[in-house]
Design a protein around this ligand. Structure first.
Ligand SMILES: Cc1cc2nc3c(=O)[nH]c(=O)nc-3n(C[C@H](O)[C@H](O)[C@H](O)COP(=O)(O)O)c2cc1C
Length: 367
């Protein structure tokens, strides 16, 4: 990896920590999704079981820390902290793009620390879809998996980021075919994830058809990569790129919309991410049809402060989810995924125009 790329990785972390890179005008749409409160929940909160089994792995709570980092020295500590926290809490984690370590063995330890600190947690390897277009094949992907003894690999799609950054690699021709080739050659599940702009029903269908085994929607409403690039351009005095970052800051399919688009279209597990910020968002994402949920930026903020802060952020989310389950009378994740929901506002409008049945969420029986 060039010094330039390493600096870029550090910039991403620094900007995500010090600037407001959250969506400005677009929202996740979770504010349009309402549970029906139950004054007679008829369950004992102490007996609620938030565990779930997905990809043949049992998670204490359907929560994963999304891909963030690796490849720079500060990443070692961040990955170690996140790994320690998820191991203790029974959650999962994704590491950041492993391209750097595939190309420079010295950087492997910034990733391997994750497996060292989380010997039993579900860990997801990570590689860019654009790297597959540029020549990576099953050899490199297997290397990424073996490096951290991963349980699955995520291929990330970031056309928005590539389109607004000066060094962007914008040739995505053939990316789907490449993903299909990889999925056919590996014995670990291939998950395709976006990075904050969402996945539509049409794309989900194509991904499932080529053998992808999970889709992480990573929709709009949380961290914006156009915003990260806006701040990089501002620092370097590049007014052209800065304008691009500004105009595309809120680009993408809102997370709640993307969850419905994808989960009503495919049968493979859906991971919900992009702006998940509390346990109520987690519960809404599950009730809309996802099997797991994931968040990145708030955990990065906690991880640089330490293990106690990281565990605290994640434990709060877990407790908030448990509270929602109590208030809607859901003793298990499976029951939560079938409770009635009312979808209103912009999210309902979008989904109706796109032909999705949103009445079915309101008509569900619950228990
Ligand atoms: C500093 C930073 C670095 C990231 N690096 C990667 C990456 O290497 N690979 C990837 O798939 N996603 C990466 N992401 C995207 C996240 O996994 C996630 O999709 C996105 O941040 C939306 O989730 P959030 O709103 O909870 O932050 C990164 C996010 C942040 C904040």
């Amino acid at each position: 990896m060039t010094k330039e790329t390493r600096r870029r990785k550090s910039d991403h972390i620094r900007i995500s920590l010090n600037q407001n890179v959250q969506a400005r005008r677009v929202t996740t749409g979770f504010e349009d999704v309402c549970f029906i409160h139950r004054a007679l929940p008829e369950i004992n909160k102490q007996q609620i079981d938030p565990s779930t089994t997905v990809f043949n792995h049992t998670f204490a709570t359907p929560l994963i820390v999304g891909a963030i980092t690796g490849g720079t020295m500060e990443a070692t500590k961040i990955n170690a902290t996140i790994a320690e926290a998820v191991e203790e809490l029974g959650l999962g984690m994704g590491v950041g793009s492993q391209r750097a370590a595939i190309e420079d063995k010295q950087l492997e330890k910034t990733f391997t620390v994750a497996r060292k600190k989380a010997p039993t947690a579900f860990i997801i390897a990570n590689i860019g879809g654009v790297q597959l277009v540029n020549g990576y094949g099953s050899k490199e992907v297997k290397k990424a998996i073996e490096m951290i003894d991963a349980d699955a690999i995520a291929v990330h799609l970031n056309p928005l980021q590539e389109a607004v950054q000066p060094e962007g690699q914008t040739n995505f021709r053939g990316v789907l075919e490449k993903i299909g080739e990889i999925a056919g050659e590996l014995d670990k599940p291939v998950i395709v994830k976006e990075t904050g702009a969402g996945i539509s029903a049409e794309e989900a269908k194509k991904l499932e058809a080529v053998g992808v085994e999970g889709i992480d929607v990573s929709g709009a409403g949380g961290t914006s990569w156009a915003a990260v690039e806006y701040y990089r351009a501002k620092k370097s005095g590049n007014s052209f790129q800065r304008r691009l970052g500004d105009v595309f800051w809120d680009w993408g399919i809102p997370t709640a919309v993307s969850i419905v688009e994808v989960s009503q279209t495919v049968r493979i597990p859906v991971i919900a991410s992009g702006g998940i910020r509390d346990g109520v968002d987690v519960a809404k994402a599950l009730a809309l049809g996802s099997s797991l949920t994931s968040l990145s930026q708030p955990v990065l903020r906690a991880a640089v402060r330490g293990i106690k802060e990281t565990k605290s952020v994640l434990s709060l989310l877990m407790e908030e989810l448990r509270n929602v389950m109590f208030l809607v009378g859901a003793g298990s994740v499976q029951t939560l995924r079938g409770v009635p929901l009312v979808i209103t506002g912009k999210t309902a409008g979008w989904l109706r125009i796109r032909g999705f049945n949103i009445e079915k969420y309101a008509q569900r029986g619950g228990n």
